[in-house]
Design a protein around this ligand. Structure first.
Ligand SMILES: N[C@@H](CCC(=O)N[C@@H](CS)C(=O)NCC(=O)O)C(=O)O
Length: 204
């Protein structure tokens, strides 16, 4: 069975668990602590030189890093990834948006404000306003799109929604007020209502 190297509280790892659960893909979970630098040890670096989870390890030893690449791999040929050319490109558009304009601010604010040791946070405190400003800009882009569409790509629920759900649904942990984004809030409820949905805390 493929192994998902992961951290339970990570939104990036949650994306993969959520998609796997909804697709009925069985994975063995191998957990790493958030703060101990476990993914920076030689054993793990041999699997992913970038020292980060999630990492999918197949039975034949191949490894795949980057949450959205793993989502793409798991969902090929399933209802979570359209097969039409334009719609697939829309999926990628939103996943690249998530990685460049959303996750670096919303996930990072959540990590430092909700999980990092307080003395470490103090060294980063001056960055918080920029994380909030850029994260709110990303939420504004989502709000604009979701004011006119139910889903991000292809007119239906897909891995683009899963990629953006990962850190949007827990953005309050990083000091973001989702009440300012009613269309995003409504979309969060639609995503949570999809068949097979699991919360971030769920183990399996
Ligand atoms: N772009 C990557 C980001 C992965 C990432 O930042 N992983 C964090 C957990 S969310 C991690 O492994 N942190 C441990 C470390 O950097 O040492 C993805 O989407 O998978």
């Amino acid at each position: 069975m493929p192994v998902l190297h992961q951290m339970q509280v990570s939104g990036n790892c949650y994306k993969v668990r959520l998609a796997a659960c909804q697709l009925g893909v069985k994975l063995t979970l191998r957990d790493y602590g958030l703060l101990e630098g476990a993914t920076r040890q030689p054993d793990f670096l041999a699997k992913n030189p970038n020292g980060r989870v999630p990492l999918l390890e197949l039975d034949d030893g191949r490894t795949l890093a980057e949450s959205d690449a793993i989502l793409f791999y798991l969902s090929e040929g399933t209802r979570l990834l359209p097969d039409e050319r334009w719609q697939r490109a829309e999926v990628l558009q939103w996943m690249f948006f998530e990685q460049y304009s959303h996750e670096p601010y919303i996930a990072v604010a959540r990590f430092w404000l909700a999980f990092a040791p307080k003395q470490e946070l103090e060294k980063k405190r001056h960055l918080v306003p920029e994380w909030h400003s850029r994260g709110n800009a990303a939420l504004g882009v989502m709000q604009t799109h979701l004011s006119r569409h139910d889903w991000f790509a292809g007119g239906r629920y897909s891995i683009a929604d899963i990629a953006l759900y990962g850190y949007t649904h827990c953005a309050a942990d990083g000091g973001f007020d989702l009440g300012a984004y009613p269309a995003v809030d409504a979309w969060l409820r639609r995503v949570a209502g999809e068949p097979g949905h699991i919360p971030l805390e769920a183990t399996w």
